[in-house]
Design a protein around this ligand. Structure first.
Ligand code: ADP
Length: 380
């Protein structure tokens, strides 16, 4: 169906539809009223005339009964008057309907136009565009949904930018150490001795760990992380990871212990990934706990899940930092944690890996006295 060019505007379409319907209704009503009023009036005049003849003693004539009432000038004037009033009131109602149609059409097309303009803004990258005075009808609800969609897009874009800046920042430090040292060696300013090379090796290990962490995070965020699930004894896994980290704890003079029942239900887990979760949590606990402190790993069965807790007697986390510690690149107390070498990705990975298993993570802390990180894994 080809559209008539001037009827392409939604405004005109709505006015035509609303005013057209009102006009048709008024015209039909006027026509029917005029017809029934004049026929009623004619039969009234006829009855009057027959009654007059009857009272005058004459019998009504058959031809008169057939041809209808004798209409005089007064009767004709009355009928013409009535017709005129009907068409005038019909015209007034039609004019009012037209005005109402214009107002109504504007009320509908105004928000639609604002929505179209804001959508064009968003498509052009102006993500702070919003619709004001949305109102509470269906179009208002559409406007509110649009606003919240635009806010989400804006937040995601800001997160993407800040993440890019963070990645660039994290890559720069090890790369500049590597580059500076290598250039000094090439220029003969620094001898490639064992300790020099081991610094460079450490930096390259940090770089590849950062890249691995970023890859794990992006795969998990997109839901593409492959999990090789096997029925796993979580207590056994915790003992193994604690065993691996015992030497490091001893070096820092921290008592590292594990508390787990002998027999536990065996949830289907990717033991490498959950091992990584445990390693990240224990590594943090050891890093943020001073010498002669304690780090305890506890495994407990609960209704339909297994809960693992890593608690320490370390520095703890300030109340305002606690809700953010699972965010990417978040470091509570930047100077302290930067010195310890963390990238701020460890807990973000913990959260993503646990959630990929359908579980949940929690962090509690008593600043100055220690922290408790726990995660729960569903049995099914
Ligand atoms: P990082 O690599 O910097 O340790 P994480 O994501 O593992 O990054 O942790 C985020 C921040 O949470 C850390 O920078 C640190 O400030 C805080 N944090 C994590 N675990 C602990 C803990 N056990 N005790 C105190 N602070 C902690």
């Amino acid at each position: 169906m080809t559209a008539i060019p001037f009827v392409r505007s939604l405004n005109v379409k709505l006015i035509l539809a609303l005013a057209g319907t009102a006009l048709a209704a008024v015209a039909l009503a006027s026509f029917l009223m005029e017809r029934s009023a004049s026929s009623e009036f004619r039969s009234y005049v006829m009855d009057q005339q027959m009654m007059e003849q009857h009272m005058g003693g004459s019998t009504p004539r058959m031809d008169q009964m057939m041809s209808g009432p004798m209409m005089g000038t007064r009767e004709d004037a009355f009928l013409a008057d009535m017709r005129q009033s009907l068409w005038i009131s019909g015209g007034l109602v039609a004019a009012a309907a037209l005005v109402l149609a214009v107002i109504l059409a504007r009320q509908i097309t105004g928000p639609v136009r604002r929505l179209a303009a804001a959508t064009t803004d968003i498509a052009g990258g102006k993500l702070d565009s919003r619709i004001e005075n949305t109102g509470s009808d269906e179009l208002g609800q559409l406007g509110q949904s649009f606003n919240s969609m635009a806010a989400t897009l804006q937040r995601q874009e800001e997160e993407r930018r800040s993440m890019l800046a963070d990645i660039a920042h994290e890559l720069r430090t090890p790369l500049s150490v590597l580059r500076g040292n290598l250039e000094a060696m090439l220029d003969g300013l620094l001898e490639p001795r064992h300790e020099q090379l081991s610094v460079l090796h450490e930096q390259s290990v940090a770089l590849s760990r950062l890249i691995d962490d970023l890859r794990t995070l992006s795969l998990a965020a997109e839901g593409h992380l492959e999990l090789h699930r096997q029925p796993t004894d979580v207590a056994e896994l915790a003992r193994r990871v604690v065993g691996e980290m015992e030497a490091g704890a001893k070096e820092r003079e921290i008592a590292l212990s594990v508390e787990a029942p002998e027999s536990l239900p065996r949830p289907a887990l990717d033991s490498d990934r959950i091992g990584q979760v445990l390693r990240n949590l224990i590594d943090n606990a050891l890093r943020y706990t001073p010498a002669s402190g304690r780090v305890r790993v506890t495994v407990r069965p609960q209704a339909q899940r297994v809960t693992v807790t890593v608690s320490d007697t370390g520095a703890g986390i300030a109340r305002e930092d606690l809700p953010h510690v699972f965010d990417r690149f978040y470091r509570a107390d930047g100077s302290r944690t930067r010195a310890t070498g963390g990238s701020g990705l460890g807990l973000a990975i913990v959260k993503q890996l646990v959630e990929a298993h359908g579980g949940e993570v929690r962090a509690e802390s008593d600043p100055g006295r220690g922290s408790v990180f726990s995660f729960a894994l569903p049995l099914k």
